[in-house]
Design a protein around this ligand. Structure first.
Ligand code: 13P
Length: 259
C-alpha cells in the first residue's frame, strides 16, 4: 500500500537560523509521530541541507534537495552534482519544478537526465509536471501531461515504481491561493497513473507515488488526500510554518488511520 507523503518545498526561503529553528521544533513533533504510512519530507535550500539532515538524524523525516545538475562534474559554475548530494546522504531531490522550467529553461529532456543521474546515486527524484493556465484553458491539460511524461521517462527503466515520485503541480495553482478542485486534481492523477499502467505495467502504476502541489494548506489537504490517486502533497507556502506543516501531517495521519 502506498504511503502518504507530506513534502515541504521551502523554495528560496529560510536562512540558517530559520532552518535550524524549524528542524529543532520538528524533532519535537517527529519523536511523537509513529505513523509509518505518513512520510515527512522537507526540502531546504542547498546551503542548509547538511545542518537539516544533522538536526533530523534518526528522525522519520526525509531531506530533499530542490534541484541537481544533469552533469556528473566539471566546469559548471554554480551547479550542484548528484554525487555531492549523495555525499550528504540526500534521500530525495525535486526536479522539473515549474519555477525551474519557467525561469531556468529546464526541459523534459533535462529532467530525464537529472532523473537518471539521481537514481544512479541512490537519490529518489520528486519529478514535477503540470500544465499552465493557458494550456488548461485551451483544453490541452491531458496532452501536456502526457508529453511531459513521455519526455521525462523516455527510455527510462522502472522496476517497481518505487524509484521515483511524481508530483502533479498545475502551474496556475502554485502560490496563487487557487487550488485545483479535488475533482480536477484526481482527474490529472488518474491520467498520470494510467499512463504508467500503459507504458510500464499495472504493478508499477499501483506502486508509484503521485503527489499534488499547488496551494495545498491545512484547510484543503484532507479533501485532496481523500482522492484515490493522490498520495500526498508537495507544499510550498503552507509548509514554511511548522504549525501548519505539522497540522497537515496530523490530518494525513488521521485520514490513513481511518481507512
Ligand atoms: P504553494 O503550495 O506555495 O502553492 O507551492 C506549491 C509548490 O510549488 C510546491 O513545489
Amino acid at each position: 500500500m502506498r504511503q502518504i507523503i507530506i513534502a515541504g518545498n521551502w523554495k528560496m526561503n529560510k536562512g540558517l537560523f530559520e532552518t535550524e529553528q524549524f528542524c529543532k521544533e520538528l524533532v519535537q513533533f517527529a519523536t511523537t509521530h509513529h505513523e509509518e504510512r505518513v512520510r515527512m519530507i522537507i526540502a531546504p535550500a542547498f546551503p542548509f541541507l547538511k545542518i537539516a539532515s544533522t538536526l533530523l538524524l534518526g528522525q522519520p523525516v526525509g531531506i530533499s534537495a530542490q534541484d541537481v545538475s544533469s552533469h556528473e562534474d566539471g566546469a559548471f559554475t554554480g551547479e550542484i552534482s548528484a554525487s555531492m548530494l549523495s555525499s550528504l546522504e540526500m534521500q530525495f531531490c525535486i526536479i522539473g519544478h515549474s519555477e525551474r522550467r519557467q525561469y531556468h529553461q529546464e526541459s523534459d529532456t533535462g529532467v530525464r537526465d537529472k532523473q537518471l543521474i539521481l537514481r544512479e546515486y541512490g537519490i529518489k527524484p520528486i519529478l514535477c509536471i503540470g500544465e499552465t493556465l493557458a494550456q488548461r484553458d485551451a483544453g490541452e491539460t491531458s496532452a501536456v501531461l502526457i508529453s511531459q511524461l513521455e519526455g521525462c521517462f523516455k527510455d527510462v527503466p522502472l522496476e517497481s515504481g518505487e524509484e521515483v515520485i511524481v508530483a502533479y503541480e498545475p502551474v496556475w495553482a502554485i502560490g496563487t491561493g487557487r487550488t485545483a478542485s479535488p475533482a480536477q486534481a484526481q482527474e490529472a492523477h488518474a491520467l498520470i497513473r494510467n499512463w504508467f499502467e500503459e507504458n510500464y505495467n499495472p504493478e508499477i502504476a499501483a506502486a508509484i507515488h503521485i503527489l499534488y502541489g499547488g496551494s495545498v494548506k491545512p484547510d484543503n489537504i484532507v479533501e485532496l488526500l481523500s482522492c484515490p490517486d493522490i498520495d500526498g502533497g508537495l507544499i510550498g507556502g503552507a509548509a514554511l510554518k511548522l504549525e501548519s506543516y505539522v497540522q497537515m501531517v496530523q490530518s494525513a495521519t488521521k485520514l490513513i488511520q481511518s481507512r
